[in-house]
Design a protein around this ligand. Sequence first.
Ligand code: GDP
Length: 447
Amino acid sequence: MTARDTIAAVATPRGEGGIGVIRVSGAATASIARALLGRNPTPRHAHYCAFADADGAPIDRGLLLYFKAPRSYTGEDVLELQTHGSPVVLRLLVARLVELGARHARPGEFSERAFLNGKVDLAQAEAVADLIASGSETAARAALRSLDGEFSRRVRALTAGVVRLRVWIEAAIDFPEEEIDFLAAPELRADLAAARTDLTGLLEGARRGVRLADGLHVVIVGRPNAGKSSLLNALAASERAIVTEIAGTTRDLVRETVEIDGVALTLVDTAGLRESPDVIEREGIRRARAELERADVALLVTDADGDAEADVALLADVPAGARRIVAHNKIDRCERPARREHRGDDVHLWLSAKTGAGLDLLHAELRDLATGAGGDGAWTARARHVSALERARTHLGAAASALVERNAGELAAEELREVQRALGEITGEFSTDDLLGEIFSAFCIGK
Ligand code: GDP
């Protein structure tokens, strides 16, 4: 490891009262700590001291914590100063640290160093940012699981399986004179099939992880007067939901971000989907359809007394990956009980936005969609991970057909190399400076 220059930054977000934390990392950290403390700091020991400026005048009093490389967040010598959270104090102290040889850190630079020094892999470093940005309890817990390496472990286990397959196939190519045709071995086929199953599971988990981190995007559709706004209000106003106002971005789509049972949901109420000669309404419908294209869940509201089948046709534009829920609303008018039923891939719920009957069924459905049934063990992921896994799946499929249909070992080995590469992009074994720049620049300063 080469000694990198020393960086310093305030690690607590601006405007946060109480405690202020400043972080320092790099080669000059020990000498900076010595200058502040007046003696050598004891690693992992809280020193209470006065932080003084160049003339010896105190700026603030607080705690000084020194972590010796490599046992620190970044893997370098790290110093953390806990002071009072005044922006003035923090600014003066950072200026003092700069005088003592540090420079201002760029956003995400501490986490980037942690990654470059092998303290965390790329997916774990991203989970740091996801944890900070998490908008709900479930997302925070899931981000922590990713940070602990839950996602990375699965990616590594899959990579190890792919490497074993590659070694096997390459050995079979290198020794073609062997009596037995190793490429036709049932164990090889079985391992390949198992890897494909694992990859599909991982991809599903990652898609769920993205939904968790971003919040489930629920688009409410249905004919005018079906009760869409009422249902949105009922969901947003229910005791278990915390409502955050987000200004509607258009006059036609009403958006609410709510947290239900610890899961963040963005609810979008669309203009009634129907053909209309009115220009403004047509624009609303166009936006509703565009919104549907990026829905995680399409929630169709229909009248429990009406023609549900005809309304289900409104879901024709829902993308293949999105889940569909049909809410048969207004059961209070026809005195039907609240209930849940599976019809094909769709879930049908009978409820009333007015009386609240059956809303608990809808809550449970949305929560399970966000976290996976059971809700435990979910981890966060990003769109970049999903696309890498999709690429890995394509190459793994190609490897399987090369092997099984054409007995083409060389080609299969080549495809497996691509699988390995795609998986390596997730954890950062294969990464470019551009990618790293893009990932870490989205972090906050001081992280
Ligand atoms: P939207 O056009 O789909 O957004 O429908 P609204 O939410 O504006 O509701 C249309 C009408 O149906 C309003 O008069 C609501 O009060 C009524 N409504 C909505 N949900 C229910 C329900 O569960 N039961 C009853 N009886 N009326 C409802």
